[in-house]
Design a protein around this ligand. Sequence first.
Ligand code: DQA
Length: 148
Amino acid sequence: MKFLIINGPNLNLLGLREPAIYGDKTYEALCRLLWDTCRDLGIDCELFQSNHEGAIVDKIQAAYGSVDGIVINPAAYTHTSVAILDALKAVAIPAVEVHISDVDAREPFRQISYAGMACLKTYKGLGFDGYVQAIRWLHAYLKGENPQ
Ligand code: DQA
């Protein structure tokens, strides 16, 4: 089973960026957690971070036919990008959305998610653990189990 895990703009600055909201752990620490979580489940995973909307669209398109599941934190593009929504719909690869912070408890503009409209499930406000739960859920889903 192969997963593509996408992180959008400014998530490369985790640790530095607004630690009161996003915590003090770095993007590298997140990558290690994602690798370890996937390895323990026998998932082959590719990690991708970009600050560029088109690069994220290109990556989703390129996943067609070679990736079984997508875990995506589109970051700020969550709330603006119809292009990322359309790419996820176009490839129709089962996808789960993650947000480190509880976007529902923040500014009103963060309460719409375009990408989320193409995702099976969303984890928000759980910090890095949201990614772990997303990976576990998608793994179970793709194995034909009926995860909650
Ligand atoms: C975020 C929430 C977004 O609103 C914000 O623009 C981000 C990160 C999160 O993980 O909590 O960059 O997706």
